[in-house]
Design a protein around this ligand. Structure first.
Ligand code: ADP
Ligand code: MG
Length: 625
């Protein structure tokens, strides 16, 4: 008995434990399984795949909130079982004896009753066996206001059609959490694409209102299917992955290190055909590409793991997108070694790892004081001297040494000459050089070496310049905006509807940054002007990257965060590339600008823009002290 030592509200007093009505139970369960139209579509398509469908046709209205219809040509449901299909925990996919031996997408028997409880619902089906027996035929069962009717005869070929109208009409609270029609549509498209990759031999159509949002041919091969979904020439850049260990089998396709994107959203993983998001597997991918790809870029891939169902638990989450492996280490190892093997075969050896290790040796103190004692330090990060925040004195010093810059923007605007003067820099060392020193040489057209008062500075020209341009864009946003340069022939960039709308929604702010875009209809935008500071850039790639960055940020991000992402993305495009030969004045101008710019010690992706070594460090390195 509870002690009533505080006031209990009257309405609580005569509460008794009672069983919830079935409709309420279903609605509560629905909350876990059906969060938004995309989750309903996912469940229905999975049912169609479980039923052995060869063709699945999906239709949406209003992003799925007004109508979701999924039609398949699978095995169908006999009349006698139709009401059972809508009952909770009724399933044809397991007898419940061994929940670890699941070979289908479904097994909880929750999807149909959940969807039926939050929509105006109907299911029509014609079962395989009955297709031949004339007397039975097709039957339709509707649910109105949580109440199941009687199956009524209807006309259709073999298969099943499920219709859910007015999703969440009975649960307005859930309705409130839905995003715009456009983002709900997009989530459905993404979910369907994932399943289309999982089962490449099945044909799909997805109509979103009037428009065909996705279509994939029945019986196409896996690589064709992946190419269709990933786009941007994935197939041409894809390496085949194939590996086996014990009774694990990994297949699929992964992009060459040169084919990458800004987000990890195009990394798709399937465990026994089930699309999953698994941190372990994503981490393994990162590990395999670590030395081959910039840290802020991500390979594109689809990996299919076949594993004895007993060794993986899919019963972790109602939406079944999480899995738990019995031997996680073995799985991870297989993924890493299969990817590394394929990458090495492709001739892109992970040679960079050695030099990164070597850079670690530049570290003074412990690592250097015991030469030869063990391997190179594991991590090279942290081996650079922490960049000093610019002080007023630094800025002042910078001013004194500042080379004239064209329109105040950057060294980038200086004329580029193919054969830059490479004569040794013969300017005398000033007795009191500025903090980042005087440029002495450029190495591999990528790094600037500068002599400082008491050491050397090694600058990554691309990373450094990227930061400078980024800070300039941010300043332009605070002030009058950045100058724009009209492009001679406006460039039309095809992005897809959602991406185009996302960008066009920001057109005004992009305009302040100098990027002038207009709608071009369909999923395309027309680029009329580009930020002058970027010089000659690949507009298509710039715009595509911008939209990917914004997508990654998600709907929830505020304007400041979005603009930040835009600035960062544009800066990367507008920066002095690694591999561009710089003249001494350009190098010095860059150094001076770094001194005068806040945060210039790291690029926008957090990598250092320069490393500094003191004379003391050099002496230690050569055993002079
Ligand atoms: P689960 O998929 O977990 O079994 P569902 O509620 O999604 O649960 O479906 C219940 C049952 O209805 C399934 O087990 C299956 O027998 C039947 N069913 C559902 N959709 C289809 C379909 N498209 N084709 C054939 N049978 C279906
Ligand atoms: Mg199901």
């Amino acid at each position: 008995m509870r002690q009533a030592n505080h006031k209990i509200p009257d309405e609580q007093r005569d509460r008794r434990i009672t069983r919830l009505p079935e409709a309420a139970i279903n609605r509560i369960a629905a909350g876990e399984v059906i969060e938004r139209p995309a989750s309903a579509v996912k469940e229905l398509v999975e049912n169609a795949l479980d039923a052995g469908a060869g063709q699945i046709d999906i239709a949406l209205a209003e992003g799925g909130t007004a109508l979701i219809r999924v039609a398949d040509d699978g095995c169908g449901i006999p009349r006698a079982e139709l009401p059972l299909a809508l009952e909770r925990h009724a399933t044809s996919k397991t007898d419940g004896a061994d929940l670890l031996d699941i070979r289908s997408f479904g097994f909880r028997g929750e999807a149909l009753p959940s969807i039926a409880s939050v929509s105006r619902f109907a299911i029509a089906s014609r079962a395989e066996a009955e297709a031949e027996t004339a007397q039975d035929g097709a039957w339709r069962l509707a649910v109105e206001a949580g109440r199941m009717g009687e199956p009524a005869p209807c006309a259709m070929g073999q298969g099943t059609v499920v219709e859910a109208r007015d999703l969440f009409f009975a649960t307005p609270a859930r309705l409130k959490f839905l995003k715009s029609t456009r983002s709900e549509s997009q989530a459905v498209i993404d979910a369907v694409k994932r399943l289309a990759m999982a089962e490449p031999s099945v044909g799909f159509t997805l109509r979103d209102g009037e428009r065909m949002a996705f279509q994939a041919l029945r019986g196409e091969g896996r690589l064709d299917r992946l190419d269709r979904v990933m786009g941007r020439g994935f197939a041409a850049d894809a390496l085949a992955i194939e590996a086996e260990r014990e009774d694990l089998r990994l297949t699929g396709f992964a992009s060459l290190p040169t084919h990458h994107r800004r987000t990890a959203q195009t990394q798709h993983l399937f465990v026994n055909s089930r699309p999953v998001r698994d941190r372990l597997l994503l981490g393994a991918v990162r590990g395999a590409y670590a030395d081959l790809m910039p840290r802020d870029r991500h390979p594109v891939l689809a990996l299919y793991l076949e594993i004895d169902p007993q060794r993986v638990d899919v019963n972790v989450h109602p939406a079944k997108t999480e899995v738990r492996f019995r031997e996680a280490g073995v799985v991870r190892g297989l993924v890493v070694s299969a990817l590394k093997h394929a990458l090495a075969e492709a001739g892109h050896r992970a040679a960079a790892s050695n030099s990164l290790g070597a850079l670690g040796r530049f570290q003074p103190a412990a690592a250097i004081s015991a030469p030869g004692a063990g391997a190179a330090p594991q991590s090279w990060r942290g081996s650079y001297q922490a960049p000093r925040p610019p002080t007023p004195q630094m800025a002042e010093a910078a001013q004194r040494y500042q080379a004239p810059l064209v329109d105040g923007w950057s060294a980038r605007a200086a004329p580029i000459e193919e054969e830059a003067d490479l004569a040794p820099f013969d300017a005398p060392s000033p007795s009191d050089p500025p903090p980042l020193g005087v440029a002495r040489a450029q190495l591999h057209d990528t790094y600037i070496i500068a002599q400082t008062r008491d050491g050397v500075v090694l600058v990554d020209q691309h990373a450094a310049h990227e930061r400078l341009v980024y800070e300039k864009f941010k300043a332009a946003l605070r002030e009058n905006g950045a100058p724009s340069q009209t492009v001679l022939t406006p460039e039309i960039v095809e992005l897809g509807r959602a991406a185009a709308e996302r960008l066009l929604g920001m057109a005004e702010d992009l305009g302040r940054l100098g990027l002038l875009i207009e709608p071009f209809g369909g999923g395309a935008v027309c680029v009329r002007g580009a930020p002058a500071a970027l010089g000659v850039v690949d507009l298509e790639k710039l715009v595509a990257d911008l939209s990917e960055d914004l997508e990654e940020l998600g709907e929830a991000a505020d304007l400041t965060a979005r603009l930040d992402a835009v600035c960062s993305s544009m800066a990367c495009h507008g920066s002095i590339r690694a591999g561009r030969r710089l003249k001494p004045e350009e190098m010095n101008a860059l150094l001076r600008e770094m001194e005068a710019t806040p945060h210039s010690g790291q690029c926008n992706h957090g990598r250092p823009t320069y490393v500094a070594l003191g004379l003391g460090d050099l002496e230690k390195l050569f055993g002079r002290s």
